[in-house]
Design a protein around this ligand. Structure first.
Ligand code: C2E
Ligand code: CA
Ligand code: CA
Ligand code: CA
Length: 280
């Protein structure tokens, strides 16, 4: 990652609007975010619908900028993809997640899994499997408790390359899930060829479950049956109400995640609230 140069500045063009000026400033500061220790992972529990146990946590990235405060990953990840900064950030996220999981393992929490988001561009790196292997070896974490989340958009280009990369990652023992499922354009035929394990139903469908028009109920229950018929697990994100949970439970969704249980929280409160019963 040396070629990115820590002090590289983009040239500012006059005539930029305020939004692109903010993006410009952000891209410059993003180069320094890691060394200044401004990035942080927060964790949101994922709950087994049947047992109510926290089986997994999703790691979500936060950027605590000295003057803007918390910057949303929805804003800075696309910027990091434009400049290639996503590679360094993605490595940091994966390494930090591995260290966190190892730490939990060492403290006797031997069954919690950790799931990590990957951007489309990050997934297209030729050496991604070896980068992942390196972090796994360095932290000595059990790969079979790591999960990666990819959106459908990461999977549409260059099918052979994608299938091979997924296969290599899966062979390491890592679980693969498709995030925001139902919002992309992957064909069912293609989907059935992919070595994946989990479909995550997008929160826009989950929110619609309680609408008067039953469209989103139909989409949600169809995604669940689709997952089952492809032998995949299914997770619903963005679960905010008891009614949504009841619907998902009735249709045999495997795991749920959302504000109904907890928002994403920092490491310490996550451990206090969700890791108190040791699995040993
Ligand atoms: P995502 O992977 O779909 O993550 C779910 C988003 O929904 C998160 O937003 C989460 O905080 C939020 N959320 C959780 N429960 C609820 C709920 O009950 N209701 C609602 N309305 N929202 C809920 P967040 O943390 O702001 O992340 C936004 C997006 O940024 C993520 O969407 C993901 O695409 C991306 N992202 C986050 N962390 C990373 C990362 O480490 N690497 C990459 N490449 N992308 C990341
Ligand atoms: Ca389960
Ligand atoms: Ca996700
Ligand atoms: Ca999502």
């Amino acid at each position: 990652a040396k070629e990115h140069g820590k002090n590289k500045y983009h040239v500012f063009h006059t005539g930029m609007n305020m939004q692109s000026y903010r993006s410009f400033l952000m891209q410059n500061d993003l180069w320094k975010a890691i060394e200044r220790d401004e990035l942080e992972l927060v964790y949101q529990p994922r709950v087994d619908v049947v047992t109510g146990k926290v089986e997994c946590a999703e790691a979500l990235l936060r950027w605590n900028h000295p003057s803007w405060g918390a910057v949303s990953p929805a804003e800075f990840i696309p910027l990091a993809e434009q400049t290639g900064q996503i590679v360094e950030i993605g490595d940091w996220v994966f390494r930090t997640a591995c260290q966190q999981l190892k730490h939990w393992e060492e403290n006797g929490y031997n069954s919690i899994r950790l799931s990590i988001n990957f951007s489309a561009q990050q997934f297209m790196q030729k050496d991604l499997p070896s980068r992942l292997k390196r972090s796994i070896m360095e932290t000595n974490v059990s790969a079979n408790r790591l999960e990666i989340e990819l959106t459908e958009s990461a999977l549409v280009k260059n099918e052979e390359f994608i299938i091979n990369t997924l296969r290599e990652i899966k062979e390491m023992g890592i679980t693969i899930s498709i995030d925001d499922f139902g919002t992309g354009y992957s064909s069912l035929q293609y989907l059935s060829r992919l070595p994946i394990n989990i479909l995550k139903i997008d929160k826009s469908f989950v929110h619609g479950i309680t609408d008067e028009t039953n469209e989103n109920r139909l989409i949600t229950s169809t995604i669940i049956s689709l997952a089952k018929s492809l032998n995949l697990s299914v997770v619903a994100e963005g679960v905010e109400t008891k009614e949504q949970l009841e619907f998902l439970s009735l249709h045999h969704c495997d795991e749920v995640q959302g504000y109904l249980f907890s928002p994403p929280v920092k490491q310490e409160p996550f451990e206090k609230m969700f890791l108190q019963e040791k699995d040993m």
